[in-house]
Design a protein around this ligand. Sequence first.
Ligand code: GLY
Ligand code: MN
Ligand code: MN
Length: 437
Amino acid sequence: MTPYALRRLQLASQLDSDSVAIIVGNIEQVRNLNISYPFHQDNDFYYLTGFNEPDCVCVIRPGHDTPYVMFARDNDSYQEVQFGARAGLKGLEQNHSVDKAIDISEFEGTIISLFEKRHKLYISDNHGRFHNQLGHWLTARQPDHAFDSVKVYRSIHQLSPMIAQMRVIKDEHELSLIKQAAEASINGHIAVMKACAPDINERVLSATFNRTISDYGCDSVGYGNIVASGNNGICLHYEDNNQLCKDGDMVLTDLGGEYQHYTADISRTFPVNGKFSDAQAALYQIVLNALDASISLVKPGAKWNTLFEANQRVLAQGLLDLGILSGDIEDILANEAQREFTVHKTGHWMGLHVHDVGSYQLPSSDEWTVLEPNMVFTIEPGVYIPADCDKVDEKWRGIAIRIEDDILVTEDGFINLTERAPRTIAEIEACMAESHS
Ligand code: GLY
Ligand code: MN
Ligand code: MN
């Protein structure tokens, strides 16, 4: 059985036997006139089908003798010559374990008949494609039933939260793909560090990453590349990547390759010229200590917020020791005064999406999510001191540092999936020295 079939069974076992689940795939998005953006499948849809064509809807009917129905585009020789092969309806039934494949052009006329007399509809329609039809589906009669047949009153429920609960715990197939994404991305980061030198353009480093992850099997990146030299790193999602890297500055890189739909998410920060200045090294070490403080707490049973609190304490104490903050450490933490320089929260689930689904707090309570084996997430503390921040000594200004690792929770602790990407000062300087020697 494929991992996708197993997930459909797991999902169906949680649904009412009296229900129909509808999972809507993505459609192509126009970039300009007849040019589309590269297609990316809806993540819930891909998780349950492994099918990567646009314009599909998957229907799951628990306990039915044809439980897995797929609406999709049929074969069309003209379109396929223009834009690539399609599985086609026969192909879906023969090669993709679909019980019944129906042309997507028949969706609106057919979907109601698939409801039969079932009362509950679950829907994952992340872009609201069929939003306006939900009201009709609640009470619609079967098209082929007599007018005076008993009407079925249905209720509609969101499916995505149930899928999210599944997706937050990765299965073996997912873990193998995430590890491939991480390995390719580590190699990409090493190549970027080695390529870096004064006066190189950020865009060349960005392209170096893309070129390297292609060698290791990635089709794309999981999010826009961030290669931010000097003060550009102050912008958390800087994607212009078009400035020259200046001697004496640092480069903050946040780059993750996507391997068969699963992404990595790694940040590394290093000096353009390969040697940390004293000020850069002092700030860098605080951020690395903060990251390591969080990572060391990862194990089943740990609460999500404790990771954030641990790195904020290390960052605040470090900024205090360097004279960037002043006052009492407990007051600073109580008022979150360090956030002026640490700015953002420091982690998120990761998988099919870089900011993957899954909750951080239990619904309608103050309880934080408790870590379980096979969860995967990032930890990514940072310190950002704008070039025009005249309240700190000049030597700290214009330094932006983020270090981000991808962590897998195991039965008794964790694996840092991205540890091999140089992260200590000594590792980074040694890596960069190799290319400069
Ligand atoms: N690369 C986006 C993030 O780190 O969350
Ligand atoms: Mn991240
Ligand atoms: Mn990142």
